[in-house]
Design a protein around this ligand. Structure first.
Ligand code: F6R
Length: 241
């Protein structure tokens, strides 16, 4: 693992954006694996800025997102499709037909997961997969469990994740209880992985990912077995390393 510790959230965001931009510049038809959540927002803003300045084009890029809430339509402002459109896709020249997010409304969610796996595989997996990390060490919505779940699957969100995500909803009751998430196998098949984390509340999870034992109770720890992982964290999130 290559670890960059930055001064603060702003410098973490610029660094992560620079790594993604370098990927796109060196391979314009890259497959970008993308994440939602608060942490990547600054990096997306920076990418949009570089696009506006004429320095970066996404017109040959394909994107695959990690996850989606089960039951939320793309028009719901807390759906991950809405988030991606709002934070990145609507502001750059990506072809929306080549942006993929699991369909939270699929009548058969398990079949949607299997089809999503096939799609990502057919694309040759992500050239770079961006990840945030949950307080409990989740990546995508792969929650702590007794084994690593390899394929894309439907997951019951843990109370800790529901609580953490309640800040975006009117109340915790409105947070969906299930999600569709890329499995650990799909994430591990990405050619490169880029993890971003910010803030003291992520320090334990970052420690578990980088230095703890590899175990399904700390899903991000599996990344220790991936050959090309870059971690960009601010000082506060790196405090326990
Ligand atoms: C988002 C995702 C999640 C988040 C994680 C951290 O697509 O899959 O794993 O990356 O919950 O979220 P934030 O960045 O909001 O702390």
């Amino acid at each position: 693992m290559r670890i960059y510790v930055t001064e603060d959230y702003a410098s973490m965001s610029r660094k992560a954006a620079a790594i993604i931009a370098a990927q796109v510049v060196s391979k314009p038809d890259s497959v970008l694996g993308l994440a939602t959540g608060s942490t990547p927002i600054g990096a997306y803003k920076q990418l949009v800025e570089w696009h506006r300045q004429g320095d970066l084009s996404f017109n040959e890029v394909t994107t695959v997102n990690l996850d989606e809430y089960k039951g939320l339509p793309p028009t719901h402002d807390q759906s991950y499709r809405y988030f991606m459109n709002d934070n990145l896709f609507n502001h750059v020249d990506v072809c929306k037909d080549r942006t993929f997010v699991p369909d939270g409304l699929a009548a058969d969610a398990e079949a949607e997961c299997a089809a999503y796996d096939e799609k990502v595989k057919a694309l040759g997996y992500a050239d770079i997969q961006l990840l945030g990390i949950g307080h409990n060490g989740h990546i995508g919505f792969n929650e702590p469990d007794e084994s690593f779940i390899v394929p894309t699957h439907v997951v019951d969100l843990t109370e800790s994740t529901i609580k953490a995500n309640a800040r975006f909803f009117a109340s915790a009751d409105e947070v969906p209880r299930q999600a569709l998430t890329m499995g650990i196998g799909v994430i591990m098949n990405a050619k490169r992985v880029l993890v971003v984390a910010s803030g003291a509340d992520k320090a334990d999870a970052v420690y578990g990912m980088v230095k703890g034992p590899v175990r399904p109770g700390m899903p991000a720890s599996i990344l220790q077995l991936h050959p090309d992982v870059t971690v960009v964290v601010d000082k506060a999130a790196a405090a326990k390393l």
